[in-house]
Ligand binder design. Structure first.
Ligand code: ZN
Length: 365
């Protein structure tokens, strides 16, 4: 192997530093986009706690966080490790992209990597992926394919854009099918409790606090659409003044049905009892994931769409099952899908062609 020339090292350092700087901007996006704050105004970053603008000398990617030991210089409040992690991750991925791909492709993939990082960290924190990232990302992918038809493995710009558009549509449609088709099969989770467990539903204004054993949550968080149904198989149940034994409570967002009798929840103050088994509606993914997969398709093509769904589901269920088994996650906790789609897309970007070659080799034997 040849020793890289000095200027090549210079470019590598540049890619890393650029990544850290972009990562610093991505932190701003991750913080501001879900809150509907502008990413341009104010231009200067500010401390989330004391709102004091951060002077430039305290806003140097990677270094500042280390030197200030993760604290705001003004008010001393802890600054999340996430800020450092995003800068380091972006820097390393920018460098890796630079080392693996020819420079025009590397620039397109830098944009793409930035989108993946923003989507991942926003989805983990808020269970949404903003349109700026998904729809904006799809448009960016189409533009990139026009400028660089090689992204879609095409010679003609027109064909590349059509391929990119087709892959985006495929991504959206594929997850839409999974979402709609899987609603019946995966749209609910059945939980058999180890022992009969006390539960309560207590109205609080427009919403209610729903508690099962030690877990509690907002009632509205369990329901994504009107048809969603929650079932509680109870040893006993109390609905305001009424008492029931060995019943199944059929709960929708706004009403409770026991046998043929219906109780509107806005006229109910308190439901309690002892539950043995419950079935909760479960949304496997959100609409943001559909648009996010479209953006992945627009940048990486149709094969990446299939791969990201496959790899993402696999990684997501592994993490979900492991954390559940280790007791790090309760059964009612939501799992975002976006970060796993992003992981699948990243694996495809770096190793896709190699994986296809390896699999074709297996088939040919
Ligand atoms: Zn502060």
């Amino acid at each position: 192997m040849e020793t890289p020339a000095a200027y090549e090292w210079l470019f590598r350092v540049f890619a890393f530093v650029l990544g850290a700087t972009v990562g610093s901007f991505l932190n701003v996006c991750i913080y501001r986009l879900p809150l509907d704050l502008s990413v341009n105004e104010p231009r200067r970053s500010f401390c989330p706690a004391c709102k004091k603008p951060i002077p430039w000398q305290q806003n140097i990617p990677l270094f500042s966080w280390l030197f200030l030991r993760g604290k705001c210089a003004n008010c001393g409040v802890k600054i999340a490790f996430r800020y450092f992690a995003v800068e380091l991750l972006t820097a390393l991925l920018f460098l890796a992209v630079w080392l693996v791909f020819p420079w025009p492709i590397a620039i397109a993939y830098w944009v793409f990597v930035g989108l993946l990082i923003v989507a991942t960290f926003i989805d983990f924190a808020h269970f949404i992926i903003p349109d700026e990232v998904t729809i904006g990302g799809t448009i960016a992918g189409l533009v990139a394919s026009f400028i660089l038809p090689v992204l879609m493995e095409q010679d003609s710009r027109l064909r590349a854009v059509l391929y990119s558009l087709g892959a985006a549509a495929l991504g959206y449609a594929l997850l839409w099918l999974v979402l709609e088709g899987g609603k019946k099969a995966f749209g609910k989770t059945r939980i058999r409790l180890e022992a009969p467990t006390p539960f309560s539903w207590v109205r609080e204004g427009e919403d209610a606090e729903f508690v099962v054993g030690k877990e509690s949550g907002l009632w509205s968080d369990y329901f994504a659409r009107e048809s969603d149904l929650m079932l509680l198989h109870c040893d006993e149940a109390q609905v305001d003044a009424r008492h029931f034994e060995n019943v199944t409570l059929q709960l929708r967002y706004d009403r409770l049905t026991i046998a043929e009798e219906s109780f509107p929840l806005d006229a109910t103050d308190r439901i309690s009892g002892v539950v043995r088994e419950l079935q909760i509606p479960r949304e496997a993914m959100g609409r943001g994931d559909l648009k996010f997969l479209a953006a992945i398709g627009a940048f990486l093509g149709w094969r990446a769409v299939f791969f990201s769904v496959f790899a993402g589901s696999l990684a997501g269920s592994l993490v979900g099952l492991t954390t559940l088994a280790l007791g790090k996650r309760s059964w009612s906790a939501k799992i975002p899908f976006g970060p796993y789609l992003a992981l699948g897309a990243l694996v495809w970007m770096f190793f896709g062609p190699a994986l296809v070659g390896w699999y074709a080799g297996l088939l040919a034997r």
